[in-house]
Write a protein that binds this ligand. Sequence first.
Ligand code: NAP
Length: 509
Amino acid sequence: MSTTFTRHADRPFTADPVEEADVIIVGSGFAGLGLAMQLERDQNQSYLVLERADDVGGTWRDNTYPGVYCDVPSHLYSYSFRPNPDWSMVRSPGHEIYEYLQTAAREEGVLPQVRFGTTVLDAAWDEVSATWLVTTNKGTFRGRFFVPAMGLLSDSKVPEIPGMETFGGELFHSAAWDHDLPLTGKRVAIIGTGATAIQLVPELAEVAAELVVFQRSAAHVLPRRNRAYTPAERRMFARVPESRQGLRSAMFWFTESTFGERRRLPQSVAQVKAAVDSFREAEVPDQALRAALTPDYEIGCKRLLYSDDYYATFGRDHVSLETSALARIEGNTVIGASGNAYEVDVIVMATGFAAARPPFANIIRGREGVLLADHWATGMEAYQTITVSSFPNMFLLSAPSAATGHTSAVYTIEAQVQNVMEALDWVRANDCAVLEVRADAEAEFVDGVDRRGQGTVWTEGGCNSWYLDPGSGKLTLIWPDLAYRFADEISHFTPAAYVATPHRPRTDR
Ligand code: NAP
C-alpha cells in the first residue's frame, strides 16, 4: 500500500472530513512558510499548513505594538530566494515584514494550502498507519510527515502577579495590542525591559500622562542608527541584483563579526563595552539614574538592544524608572518588590514569551504516546536542531538551538528547511515509510552543542535569560556558534544518523 497522498490544491476545504497530505506543517511564520514555499516550488509532495490565526505572518502578524520594528537589517532578515529591493529602511518596521510575508505566501502560491482558523489540539504518531494524526478544532488531519513550525515567540508569557484580578484598568500583553484603546493622557505602567519594551517605552512616553517602567534587569543598549533607503538605492537594488546580494553578504559577515563578544573574546568584549558605556554616559547625564540603568551582567548575556531614544526617555519629567520587579497589584496601585507604589490606568506586560518550554510540546505525542514535553523534561533538544528520537517522521523548525543571538533567524530557518527538503527527497528515493533519528546520534549532537555553549556569554555572563531552560538551566534556545557553521552543519540531511523503515506500515508495536 502506498501512503503517498495526492496533491489536492484544487479541492476546497470542507469543515469536517479528514484531509491528508504528505507533509503537515503547523504555523505560517517565516519557518512554516519557508518550507511550504519550497514544497510548492518542488511539487513532489502534497502539503497543508495549519494556522490558528486568520492570516500568515507569525510573530510579525501578532506584534503590532507602537514602535515595533526588527533590529536585524531587512536585506538579511528576509528569504535569500525572495529578495525585496523595496525595503524602506535598513531595519524595517514590523508591518513591512508582515506585508513581505503576506506577499511571499501569495506570490509563491501557498495560500490555497493554508487552513486558517485551525488550532492544533493534539498531534499523535500512529504506529499502524505510520502517519501523524493531527487533531484540530476543524477536524483531524493526517500526514506522513509532521512539521511543528509554531515558533518560540508565539505564546505570550504573562507573570502571575498577586492581586492581578483586583486591577480595575486595562492590562494586556505587548503581543496583543488593542489599537482601539486610547492611551493619551493615561497613567501607564510597562513591565519589562527586553527588546519589545525598549521599542515601546519612547512611544508610550509620547502619549501617556505618566509612565513608569518596571525594570527587573537593566539592558545593554547601543544606538539604533536606522535610516531610510533613498529612491536611488532602491532602484539600484531592483536593477542590479548584485548590489543587494553584496549588501546582504556584507550585513551577514558584519553580524558574524559580533560573535566574538558572545564567545567572550577579550578584545571584542572591550570594544563593545566601550561603545555601550559611552552611549549610556552621553545619553544619561544624571549619575544616579545612569547607575540604575547599568546592567550587572555581561553584554550579550541577554539580547543586546538598539535604541536612539530609550535612555533619553528617562530624562522626561513624566517618566519614572522603578528598579524592581512588579510584585503586587492592589486595585489601581502597582507595587514593586522595592515597596514603591504607583497609581496607573493601564498595565502593558512586555514580559516575553513561553520560549524555552513551548506549549506545543504538551500536545505532541510520539511512539507509545510519549509526550514531547516529557522527552524534553530537562530542556528542548533535537538532532541537527530538527529531529527527535521516538518522534518519527517529524521535523521541527525554529525550535531548539536554532536561534542566534547575533544575526538573522531567517538564515538559520533556511538551513533547516534545506535539510528537511533533502530528507524528504531521500525518503522518496529510498522508498522509505518511517524515518527516525537514532537516540545516540541525537545525544551526541546535543552534547556537542552543550560543549560549544560552555564558556559563552549565555552560560557564563551572569544573567538569567529566556535562552536558558527554566528547569535545568541548560542553554537550549541558542546556537552557541557562528551562524555560517549552523549552515555548514545543519543544511544537509545525514542518512547515517537515522533508522529508515521500508515503505510498509509497522505492525510490530
Ligand atoms: P523578553 O526579552 O523575554 O523580556 C521580558 C522582560 O520582562 C524582561 O525584561 C524581564 O525581566 C521582564 N519581566 C518579566 N516578569 C517581570 C516582572 N514581574 N517584573 C518586572 N519585569 C519582568 O521579551 P521581549 O522583550 O518581548 O523579547 C523577546 C524576544 O523577542 C527578543 O529577545 C527577541 O528575540 C524578540 N524580539 C525581537 C525584536 C527585534 O527587533 N528583532 C523586537 C522585539 C522582540 P528579566 O530580564 O529580569 O527577566
